[in-house]
Design a protein around this ligand. Sequence first.
Ligand SMILES: Cc1cc2nc3c(=O)[nH]c(=O)nc-3n(C[C@H](O)[C@H](O)[C@H](O)COP(=O)(O)OP(=O)(O)OC[C@H]3O[C@@H](n4cnc5c(N)ncnc54)[C@H](O)[C@@H]3O)c2cc1C
Length: 427
Amino acid sequence: MSTALLWFRNDLRLTDNLALQAALTQCDNILPVYVFDEQWLVQDKYGFARTGSFRLQFLLESLQDLKSHLKELGSDLLIRRGRPEQIIPALMEEFECSQVFCSKEYTDEELKVERALAKKIKLSSFHNSTLIHPDDVVFDIERMPEVFTAFRKKVERYSKVRDAIPSPTSIASVDFEGDQVPSLDDFGMELISNDERGVLPFKGGAMEAWGRLDHYFWDTECLSTYKETRNGMIGADYSSKFSPWLANGCISARSIYQEVEKYEAEVEKNKSTYWLKFELLWRDFFRYTAMRYGNRIFHAAGIKDQPRQWKYQPKVVRKWIEGETGDALVDANMRELKLTGFMSNRGRQNVASYLVHRLKQDWRVGAAWFESMLIDYDVCNNYGNWIYAAGVGNDPRDRVFNTQRQAHMYDKDGAYRNLWLSKQVKM
Ligand SMILES: Cc1cc2nc3c(=O)[nH]c(=O)nc-3n(C[C@H](O)[C@H](O)[C@H](O)COP(=O)(O)OP(=O)(O)OC[C@H]3O[C@@H](n4cnc5c(N)ncnc54)[C@H](O)[C@@H]3O)c2cc1C
C-alpha cells in the first residue's frame, strides 16, 4: 500500500485540483493535511499582523468547508500549526507516507518551504492556480512579454485553457482522526466588525464560491453587464467578488473560465463576458511576473533596474490607514478596507496611487497593510499591482491618479464617500 500526503496550500478545493488528482491516481490512499504556517501568524516590520482577522476568518471557513467535503467522500483533514518543513516529514513518518503532493506557489517564502521539504522527502508539485498552464505558453518564462497587452495577445492567440477536472466521487484515505478547525479565538484574534455597509458578507469555502458564481452568472445574469459595472464601489454586484475564493483556491480560475464559456453558449456572449476572462488573465500575468522576476517584486525598485528611494513616515502612513488624509475618496476607501477587509479595484488603484505619488511614501508599507487587511490577499496579485501602481512594475507609463477627477467620474453623486465618511461630502 502506498500513501500520499496531500498538502493543501492555497488550493482549498476538491474540484479541479491537480495535486489531489495525482495523489489519488499514483497512490493507494491519501492523508489530507493543512498546516498553519507560523511565518504568516506574526507581525511584520511595520507592526501589522501578517494575517489579519478578516482573512484568517475566511481561511478558517474555507477549511471547514474543505473538511466537510473530504468527510462526505470518506476522508477528513489533519490540521497542524508550525513550520511545514518540520511538520510534514514528521507526519510522513508517522503515517508511512511515500511522498507529498501539493500545488505550486511562485514566491520566495513559499518556495523556500518547498525547497526545504524537497531536501528531506519526495515532493511533487502542480501548477494549480493559473488559468493558462505554464506548459501551454509559447514563450520561455524568462522571456515573457513585459507588458500586459503583449502577454494577453500571445496567450489568447496561442494557448488554450485546459478543462477543469471534476471532483472525485470518493477518496481512499488512511485511517486517521481529523482535527477540528480552530477558531479565531484560538489565534488570539476576534472579528473587528461585520459592517453592513460592506459589499458582501463574504464566507469562505468552495460551496460559497460556487454559490456566488451561480448568483452572478445564472440567477442574476450580472455577467452580461460586468464591463459597464466593474468600476463601481457600492454593493455586491458591480463586480464578481470572486477574488477571496480564488485567493484561497476554493474555486479555480479554470472552472470560472469554463462557466463563462458555458454562459456564452447558453445565455449570451458579449464584451462583458469577454472582460471577465480578460481580468483572469491579469491574474495570470502577475503570477507569471512572479515566476519570471522572483524576489524583485518585493524590492523597492520593483522589476526596474534604477534604484529607488522611498520615504517612510509612520504618522503620514497612519493617516492613510485610518482614512484621515483629507481626500474624501481615499479616506472612504481606506475606511471600507479597515472595517470590512475588502475594497473595490477602483478604490485600490486610487489609494495606492495617493500613498505613493501624493504622500510620497514607500509602496511596500501600503502593500504590507493590504496583505494584513485584504480578505482576498494574494501575494502575486498584491505585489504585482502595487509595483505597477508605484511605477516600478510592468506599466510602461507612470500612471498617477487624480483622485478628485476619479471621484467625479466614479462617485459623481458622492454616494460612496457619504456611505463611509460620517460627514456629508459637499458636491
Ligand atoms: C494596489 C492593488 C492591490 C491589489 N491586491 C490584490 C490582492 O491582494 N488580491 C487580489 O485578488 N487582487 C488584488 N488586486 C486586484 C483587484 O483589485 C481585485 O482582484 C479585485 O478588485 C477583486 O474584486 P472582484 O473579484 O470583484 O474582481 P472582478 O472585477 O470581478 O475580476 C474577476 C477576477 O479577476 C482578477 N482580477 C481583476 N482585476 C485584477 C487585477 N488588477 N490584478 C489581478 N487580478 C485581477 C481577480 O482574480 C478577480 O477576482 C489589487 C489591485 C490593486 C490596484
